[in-house]
Design a protein around this ligand. Structure first.
Ligand code: ZN
Length: 437
């Protein structure tokens, strides 16, 4: 019996249903040796699964596996019928697990009791779509649109201005996370690049809304700002915890809730460390990630300070800044409209340099100190609620005036790129500018 098949099926039964199921192993009822042949196990094996009674037949060649599976299923059906029960053969499904380049023929099938059971490429089992290579590509292909739809529906409830508080946003994010991480112990070690992308897309969507940020913010920066550990790392944590518990139970240990909570905490800390290592080389959102990474633990554990639409603009650099607006085609140039000395205005220029905001900056410096580099500012923010409030006040005050100035430019400009938004876009923008509730 292949340990891979065995542990995966066990994980599905226990982690997903967490209760006894009606499944019976064919191998328990009908050992392969009874069927006739002694099986020489090759490096690659074939395994079979059939309907709600699950069975496994191993063989080194497809032909042998096919014969054994046919005989095995026939034997199971015979025994079930002997108990006076009927088997719905036309509802039976079969899947062939195989190694690389050992795919079964396209029209492969088993014939039992005159009914042909087609060998499928994938099949749904306990809510997970299994495929012949255990790579869960089919599972994620089916999961991705479902998670994206859920994320899309929930993000509509989370406008960047107003809307639910941070705790509620975290709750919404948890809903989508739960859908995405269903059955994680089964697939956590099979995350291909594509599967990873299927997890990242909805997480980025939820994280940008949780952080009240522009949707252009990168996955790394958005998840850091929202304090959302990448879901692939969370899947690993869930899998480790599950298999740790399984092992303890198998050895006869009775785990106290405190022990489980302690282990969960330990694994969570480990995944934060792994996340931090990953963030050493972010692919995008470098300024934000580099500022938060040194204090990531405190950032996640802080009890104060939530993000506002304008504070997130200041931290992410995606917002009402010349450089950004020029990049997304909303301004013809990246210059700062509030001073003469900046040809490429960004969030750091607004925070640290631009003379137009000297007075607000003086008030900010009185609280957080003279160093206004983003890492220093973020460190101050996580250290004290007073600093957080000071930075937030600065961001609100300055960004509000910058937005007002941008609206005036839109109204007075003849340049097509900067014309005032019209119709649906304008109404959406006007909603954006409603004062926070
Ligand atoms: Zn300036």
């Amino acid at each position: 019996m292949s340990p891979n098949f065995d542990s995966k099926i066990s994980a599905m039964k226990k982690s997903i249903l967490n209760q006894q199921t009606c499944m019976t192993r064919v191998t328990n009822m009908c050992d392969a040796k009874e069927i006739g042949d002694v099986i020489e196990k090759g490096e690659e094996t074939y395994e079979w699964k059939e309907s709600s009674t699950i069975g496994e037949i191993e063989s080194a060649t497809y032909r042998e596996a096919s014969l054994l599976a046919t005989a095995g299923v026939a034997e199971v059906v015979r025994r079930i019928r002997r108990l006076g029960l009927e088997v719905a053969l036309h509802k039976s499904e079969a899947l062939c697990f195989h190694g690389p380049r050992r795919k079964p023929p396209a029209d492969a099938s088993l014939t039992v009791g005159g009914v042909s059971i087609v060998i499928k490429q994938s099949m749904r089992y306990l809510g997970i779509v299994l495929d012949g290579r255990w790579n869960f590509g089919a599972h994620f292909a089916e999961l991705a649109p479902r998670v994206t739809t859920a994320a899309g529906a929930l993000t509509r409830l989370m406008p960047n201005l107003g809307g639910p508080e941070a705790s509620c946003r975290r709750l919404y994010m948890g809903v989508v996370r739960s859908i995405a991480l269903y059955g994680a112990p089964v697939w956590a070690d099979a995350l291909s690049r594509q599967n990873l992308a299927s997890l990242r897309r909805p997480q980025r969507l939820m994280a940008t809304r949780a952080a009240r940020g522009y949707r252009t913010i990168s996955f790394e920066a958005a998840s850091v700002l929202a304090g959302s550990i990448p879901w692939d790392l969370e899947a690993k944590t869930l899998a480790s915890l599950f298999f740790w518990r399984e092992e303890a139970v198998a050895q006869g240990h009775r785990l106290a809730p405190r022990e489980i909570a302690g282990r969960r905490n330990e694994l969570c800390q480990r995944s934060i460390e792994e996340w931090s290592q990953r963030l050493e080389q972010p692919t995008a959102g470098r300024r934000t990630v580099e500022a938060v990474r040194p204090v990531l633990g405190q950032w996640l554990a802080r009890q104060h300070g939530s993000l506002t639409y304008r504070l997130t603009q200041m931290l992410s650099g995606h917002g009402c800044f010349g450089g950004y607006l020029c990049l997304i085609g909303r301004e013809p140039s990246a210059i700062c409209h509030h001073c003469d000395g900046c040809a490429d205005e960004d969030a750091q220029h607004t925070l640290e340099v631009c003379p137009a905001w000297d007075q607000d900056r003086a008030e900010l410096r009185a609280v957080v100190g003279d160093d206004l580099s983003l890492p220093a500012v973020v460190r101050q923010m996580v250290d004290s609620e007073r600093s957080w409030t000071a930075v937030q006040t600065f961001a609100e005050s300055v960004m509000l005036r910058k937005e007002a100035a941008e609206r005036v430019r839109e109204d007075t400009s003849d340049v097509p790129i900067r014309r005032r938004r019209t119709g649906r876009r304008r109404r959406a923008y006007a909603l954006h500018l409603l004062p926070p509730q």
